[in-house]
Ligand binder design. Structure first.
Ligand SMILES: [Zn+2]
Length: 309
């Protein structure tokens, strides 16, 4: 009697619990130390401004890294006028495609260029010093380099593309254009539709802040509320407390062209409470592999649970 009752009433609950634990354990494989090592390696290159040798070195590092995995690497190359000299600057979006035959896909993206100057430094003399962009630039790249180790073990509902956008902030002065890479990508997707379709997107930006706080971003809620809520629901299920399910900032970021031009419902996962934003102190010391891991656990579990409903 006891065992029948146990079976009837408790076993399904225990089994469901085991399933949740096992998927959370899968996500736990995300290696915080290795991810942080990638972030340091990217920062060792120095600034990675669009069109410079630093950016080329980073592109080579990315090519070498992803060549180890069963994914396909595509490029989108195009020129934009340099905001100061007007000379052409070669831009390159990099697309890392997993399960490339899948006709329905999700987009996981970040920008990988760094701002030319730390222009939020208080003293003008410091604004000419190098900007390394450990959080604002390297964090997204390091995150995807680590996530690559786990893609084979994941069972997402859709094909997955990692996209590195160039030219997010080739910005020298107020009024210079932002979002070259994401605009190019979104316009190409709209005007020359590929054989596949993106059902959802997540943009990550500044996700390595030591004191990670991720509020829901307002433009994401407007254009991609279901995607946004599904990400924070996943975080709640995994007890990732750095995700706070309340709106806070409204930010122009690479998700705007994706939502407005490409009509891909895309949520911006960004820690905009980073104290060293656009300063010389955006360095690895301000970042943490544990923060990358918090985001990694959520994105890995989201990839396996998100089915567009
Ligand atoms: Zn920035």
């Amino acid at each position: 009697m006891w065992s029948r009752q146990y079976r009837r009433h408790w076993l399904p609950g225990i089994m469901a619990g085991l399933l949740i634990v096992s998927s959370a354990q899968g996500a736990d494989r995300f290696d915080a130390a290795r991810a942080f090592g990638y972030l340091e390696r990217i920062c060792e290159i120095g600034p990675r401004i669009s069109g410079t040798a630093g950016m080329t070195a980073q592109q080579e590092l990315i090519e070498r890294h992803f060549a180890q995995f069963p994914c396909k690497i595509f490029h989108q190359d195009f020129d934009v006028p340099h905001p100061q000299s007007g000379e052409p600057v070669r831009m390159k979006n990099m697309i890392i495609s997993w399960h490339p035959a899948a006709r329905e896909r999700v987009l996981l993206a970040c920008h990988y260029d760094t701002r030319p100057h730390p222009d939020r430094e208080l003293l003008p003399i410091n604004r000419d010093k190098p900007f390394i962009g450990a959080n604002d630039g390297a964090s997204g790249v390091a995150f995807f380099m680590e996530l690559a180790h786990h893609m084979e073990g994941l069972k997402p509902h859709y094909g997955v593309d990692f996209v590195f956008f160039d030219g997010e902030e080739l910005v020298y002065e107020k009024g210079d254009k932002y979002f070259y890479g994401s605009e190019y990508f979104a316009t190409a997707y709209r005007d020359r539709p590929p054989e596949y379709r993106y059902v959802a997107g997540i943009l990550v930006d500044m996700i390595a802040d030591k004191k990670l706080t991720l509020y829901q971003e307002r433009i994401s809620l407007r254009y991609a509320s279901a995607v946004t809520r599904s990400v924070w629901d996943t975080a709640r299920r995994l007890r990732e407390n750095s995700f706070i399910a309340r709106p806070k900032h409204e930010l122009n970021d690479d998700h705007v062209p994706l939502n407005e031009i490409a009509k891909i419902p895309t949520c911006d996962l960004i820690d905009f409470d980073f104290p060293y934003w656009h300063t010389r102190n955006d360095l690895p010391a301000a970042c943490s592999g544990d923060s990358l891991k918090s985001v990694g656990r959520v994105i890995m579990a989201w990839l396996e649970s998100y089915d567009g409903k």
